[in-house]
Design a protein around this ligand. Structure first.
Ligand SMILES: C[S@@+](CC[C@H](N)C(=O)[O-])C[C@H]1O[C@@H](n2cnc3c(N)ncnc32)[C@H](O)[C@@H]1O
Length: 256
């Protein structure tokens, strides 16, 4: 079978794999996986499968991408069930389309199995909805790590209600400063969610101004959310104790 399954691993919790992804991981012969695929997800892979780590180090991306292509070609032509496993969804900042096109060019079929993207699931699991009736009717998902960050047209994000930034930890101060310069409020609520969907999750609630001033300590991987929806988190905390008081429904309106 000259085929590669391009599979999304979701944000980290194996319970958030799709049924199709789970079944493929159980029967895979070869799994080529990225740095952001959690140990918990790898634990569901067929124990007899060959696991190939394809995490990219800063500055080595192109060399490793070439190696990934070579692995996929070698295994896909040897009649094995080959899974290319990527964190979140393969088509959201995952170079999924490039790998897909490369394989098709080499006569290898590709079947995509979408995953739950961290861009939506990580904020949601932390109690931050990207849209909220009467508060946020639009959102944008933005790459925070790219060439010429300073010269990006940040003004295009001025009127989007909620901004979700991936890969933004390293450049957070510059990004926040650009957003403020583009017209967003320095007092606008912002949240970093580190290692979302895992038991190592940490949430930092702050403001765009504090990030711009370099006052927010955070470690990758993290999702940055900017917008009024961040205020919703305090109304969406999980009720961990059976005896905890029931929340007032009108709390939802207090955010507006
Ligand atoms: C190269 S992008 C890949 C995104 C992925 N394809 C997706 O749909 O989630 C990597 C970025 O995703 C975010 N990310 C992925 N998983 C995460 C998690 N469990 N917790 C927090 N951020 C995460 C971080 O911003 C990280 O820098």
């Amino acid at each position: 079978m000259r085929k590669v399954y391009l599979v999304g691993a979701g944000p980290g919790d194996p319970g958030l794999l799709t049924c199709k992804a789970f079944q493929l991981l159980q029967k895979a012969d070869v799994v080529v996986y990225d740095r952001l695929v959690s140990a918990e997800v790898l634990a569901v892979v067929n124990p007899a499968a060959t696991l190939i780590f394809a995490g990219k180090l800063q500055g080595e991306q192109e060399r490793i991408q070439t190696e990934i292509h070579a692995h996929l070609l070698t295994h896909a032509t040897s009649n094995k069930t080959v899974v290319r496993l990527k964190g979140g969804d393969p088509m959201v900042f995952g170079r999924g389309a490039e790998e897909w096109a490369f394989l098709i060019r080499h006569g290898i079929d590709v079947e995509l199995v979408p995953g739950i993207s961290s861009s939506l699931a990580v904020p949601a699991l932390a109690g931050i909805p990207v849209t909220l009736r009467g508060v946020a009717a639009s959102f944008a998902v933005i790459a925070g790590h790219r060439r010429n960050l300073e010269s990006q047209e940040w003004s295009r994000y001025r009127l989007v209600d909620t901004l979700v930034l991936l890969m933004a930890v390293e450049n957070r101060a510059a990004i926040a400063a650009q957003l403020i310069r583009a017209g967003r409020g320095a007092d606008e609520p912002a949240a970093f969610i580190e290692r979302g969907a895992t038991d190592r999750e940490r949430v930092v609630i702050t403001t765009l101004g504090a990030i711009a001033r370099g006052q927010v300590a955070v470690r990758a991987p993290a999702v940055l959310v900017v917008g009024q929806v961040v205020r919703m988190r305090r109304h969406l905390q999980r009720i961990v104790s059976e005896t905890a008081p029931v929340r007032e429904p009108e709390a939802i309106h207090a955010v507006r």
